[in-house]
Design a protein around this ligand. Structure first.
Ligand SMILES: Nc1ncnc2c1ncn2[C@@H]1O[C@H](COP(=O)(O)OP(=O)(O)OP(=O)(O)O)[C@@H](O)[C@H]1O
Ligand SMILES: [Mg+2]
Length: 224
């Protein structure tokens, strides 16, 4: 029997999320790749994050997706295929790959999704591009078929996308150049200015996750 697997893939600026319908597993890993100057790949995903800000000069830890867009096709291809293997050992024949993709894309950006899928171990993949706000709405349980508009705000790694969806379509979508990384940098700058202390991006990110909250009671409790 031929098994046609299906995968949902979100190639984000900060992290890659892959869902395998076959195994029911979801994999979330850092979208990073550690490469030696000899172009030899040393680590991918969370393993590469372990080397982030700690690697010697001859190793660079790269972000293959920048501001939600594929920036380095070869590196994204490597990350995708390595992580697909981590989520599912048997990729099967003609798997369906559903990508969560930016609403506005150039033809070259669109083609990059097909190019990275048709390389590596995938045999005859069927590639589908789904608008990111639609994926976000489904993931948080917002009904997408409503005829009344729903605003979806997606905080990303380097930018955020604000969209209105209705009737299973994106009506309007705008990107602003503020995402989680700019918040990390603001924390780094504040700690340096107020405490005279230099901290790295990893620490700033941890501080953000541990201290940040939108709940007023918890926010006040923090000041004590
Ligand atoms: N609970 C949280 N509180 C504050 N920030 C968070 C929280 N969870 C995640 N973030 C931050 O949100 C940012 C976006 O994370 P996410 O993994 O969704 O981005 P992405 O999908 O990789 O990016 P993009 O969609 O722009 O390509 C990250 O910088 C992360 O640190
Ligand atoms: Mg995202």
């Amino acid at each position: 029997m031929i098994i046609h697997n299906a995968y949902g893939v979100d190639l984000g600026t900060s992290s890659v999320k892959i869902y395998s319908q076959n195994t029911g597993k979801t994999l979330i890993e850092k979208n990073l790749i550690a490469v030696k100057t000899t172009r030899q790949v040393l680590a991918v995903g969370n393993d590469a994050f372990e080397m982030f800000e700690k690697a010697p000069d001859n190793i660079s830890v790269d972000m293959p997706v920048k501001s939600g867009r594929i920036a380095d096709v070869a590196e994204v291809e490597f990350v995708l295929h390595t992580l697909l293997r981590r989520v599912d050992r048997h990729l099967g024949y003609a798997p369906a790959i559903y990508f969560s993709a930016p609403v506005v894309m150039s033809e070259i950006e669109r083609r990059a999704y097909y190019a990275i899928s048709h390389a590596g171990d995938l045999r005859n993949p069927k590639v589908y591009l789904v608008d990111r706000p639609i994926c976000d709405a489904i993931s948080i349980g917002v009904p997408i078929s409503r005829t009344k508009g729903t605003m979806i705000v997606g905080l990303g790694g380097q930018n955020s996308e604000i969209s209105v969806i209705a009737n299973e379509q994106v009506i309007i979508s705008k990107e602003i150049p503020i995402g989680g990384q700019q918040i990390n940098e603001a924390i780094m700058n504040d700690v340096r200015r107020l405490e005279n202390l230099l901290i790295g991006r990893r620490t700033a990110r941890r501080l953000k996750s541990v201290l940040a909250t939108l709940e007023p009671e918890r926010r006040d409790a923090r000041k004590v």
